[in-house]
Design a protein around this ligand. Sequence first.
Ligand code: AMP
Ligand code: MG
Length: 422
Amino acid sequence: MAELGESPLAAGDRNCSVAEARAAIAQALRPLDRTETVELTVALGRVLGADLVSPIDVPAHDNSAMDGYAFASADLRLDAPTRLRSAGTLLAGAPHAVAVGPGGCLRIMTGAVMPAGLDTVVPHELCRVDGDAVTIEPGAIRAGENRRRRGEDLKLGLPALRAGTLLRPAELGLIASLGIDRVSVFGRLRVALFSTGDELRTLGQPLDPGCIYDSNRHTLGAALRRLGFEVVDLGLVADDPAALQSTLEQAVVQADVVLTSGGVSMGDADHVRAVLARLGEVAFWKVAMRPGRPFAFGPLRAAGRSAWLFALPGNPVAALVTFYALAREALLRLAGADPRPLPMLQARCASAIRKRPGRTEFQRAIVEAAADGGWHVRLTGSQGAGVLRSMSEANALVVLRHEQGSVAAGDPVDVLLFDGLV
Ligand code: AMP
Ligand code: MG
């Protein structure tokens, strides 16, 4: 793990914007240096651990992009019909040895190797065929059209994919097209997860008076798994310094990252602070965001190992929104990925939203295609930080930027689609 040195993350308290918090976290983190080799069939969602250099040209031969007739562009006439004589048929995957002289052509299928000397394919529908006589009207085709060049997709000896690339379906296909069946990927990021709070009960336990079921471990655990991380579930921890310390020590030994929820708001922070001060250099931030605000981040050490702590607020919506706003990209970076900024949609807001400049607000919302061809967004019910139902009904978050003020009905707002988050 990287040492923090002069980083802006020295332990202590600070007020900062979401952008400042993200930048400081990104600056502190270095990707894992663990890599492993896995079969392509189980590589979906993993991050490429080294540049993948192409061992072949793809395609390996010039070939036809169409079903039609292959001919030499030297025979193509621009002022009068081009008349060719077909000498046979070429199928994809079938090597051929038919020589074609001047004025000759070959019927060719998509993907069939272009015969030596022929450089152009006229699709069936653009020529007239009568027995073996093929006629092309002037202007129907240009020299060299419909020929796919050897190596036009991937070139022998050049990197086909860079280290840090997230392996999605397209990348898996691309790797397969190179004939490669095993790839080097970064080790899965191991994230130890636990919830804090005396009032929490785990599923299956009776709900004692004044208690609630622990939902954050399920929300956050699922968000982590969808990002491809390995979750070490450490369960529930009471609001007790000794219990917290021993669970944190266990977490540091077992994982690269420790993700907690609860226990960092004003009322709780004191005993948590004392424990964290013993284990590392954790900064407590009041991040100017809603929902959210209390958040702690920094390195922890125990038994000669180290891990990054991300301590999220306990309110269920705040926990998930803070995870997306402050932790998601950082964890992807740790996992070796090169996270690209999430795409934002602009949508017209159905209602007015009151907002004061100086904090970023995330409001749960439903985005729909509008009749005018644009996007339309409306908020889902109560925006209370504990109301998980309105998060579940939503398909997006309206993001009201730090410096932004109130929004009038019909104004365009930035929208983050949930579908883009995993
Ligand atoms: P805290 O950040 O610990 O002060 O918690 C803030 C609120 O979130 C309190 O109402 C807690 O009961 C609730 N909360 C904390 N952790 C969880 C959890 N794991 N699942 C559901 N609610 C929680
Ligand atoms: Mg608590």
